[in-house]
Design a protein around this ligand. Structure first.
Ligand SMILES: Cc1ncc(COP(=O)(O)OP(=O)(O)O)c(N)n1
Ligand code: TZP
Ligand code: MG
Length: 224
């Protein structure tokens, strides 16, 4: 298997849904299936926060959600836990600045997708040098879904990274809704990453569809 091509990565980032059991008011498998029906393009298993599953229960949930993704051709990314990603033969891993050295993670996972979080130009340049396939930038807007989230920076941080030559695929995260997708795509993001906009929606399918439509319209507008 070769590393994912940038253009394919950009498409997969369009509607990137992140979820773990703590984000779900109904069975996670149901929410994921509905989100897939609505048009998500990538999924991240993020089992984190107060009440999160650990050990065998975490593994079993990951396996169940991975199976649903596989049935629908949606790549399955694991947040933070490189060993779990390897044990499951997941499609990739997402790590942040506090999750270890991205170069070492790249060595461990070979050609699997590597996503790295960045909050400034220095971190973004380091992520590129370490071999990231995409960068997650945020929080862009205030979020309630991450306990230790940094201050929201607004879409200007995406514009700044693009202006300074960060050309690899970028996804915006933090407080994203269908109403603000346009701003982050116009700033240079290839897609949006959400937890609550889909997981907490009355209909995850409708929410995912609205996000997908907003991304497509905004990309047309930005002629991407
Ligand atoms: C797509 C995407 N972008 C950013 C993050 C945040 O990662 P991190 O900073 O490591 O924080 P946690 O999610 O681990 O709490 C992400 N998960 N996904
Ligand atoms: C994991 C993460 N990293 C930065 S903000 C965030 C949470 C995004 O959740 P929401 O889409 O509900 O704001
Ligand atoms: Mg992390």
């Amino acid at each position: 298997m070769a590393r994912i091509a940038s253009e394919a990565m950009r498409e997969q980032l369009e509607v990137y849904f992140i979820m773990g059991s703590v984000n779900c008011a109904k069975p996670p498998a149901e929410i994921l299936a509905e989100a897939i029906a609505g048009g998500i393009t990538l999924f991240q298993f993020r089992e984190k926060g107060s009440g999160a599953l650990v050990g065998e229960q975490k593994y079993e949930l990951a396996k169940q959600l991975q199976h649903i993704c596989q049935e629908h051709g949606i790549p399955f990314i694991v947040n933070d836990d490189v060993e779990l990603a390897l044990a499951l033969d997941a499609d990739g891993v997402h790590i942040g600045q506090e999750d270890g050295d991205a170069r070492i993670v790249r060595e461990k996972i070979g050609d699997k997708i590597l996503g790295v979080s960045a909050h400034n130009l220095q971190e973004a340049l380091a992520a590129v040098a370490a071999g990231a396939d995409y960068i997650g930038v945020g929080p862009i807007y205030p979020t309630k879904s991450k306990e230790d989230a940094k201050k929201a920076q607004g879409p200007g941080i995406i514009r700044l990274l693009r202006r300074h030559g960060i050309a690899i695929p970028l996804v915006a995260i933090g407080g994203i809704t269908a109403g603000n997708v346009g701003e982050v795509i116009a700033a240079g993001a290839d897609g949006v990453s959400v937890i609550s906009a889909i997981a907490s929606a009355p209909s995850p399918a409708v929410a995912a569809r609205q996000l997908a439509q907003a991304v497509h319209l905004s990309k047309k507008g930005a002629q991407k």
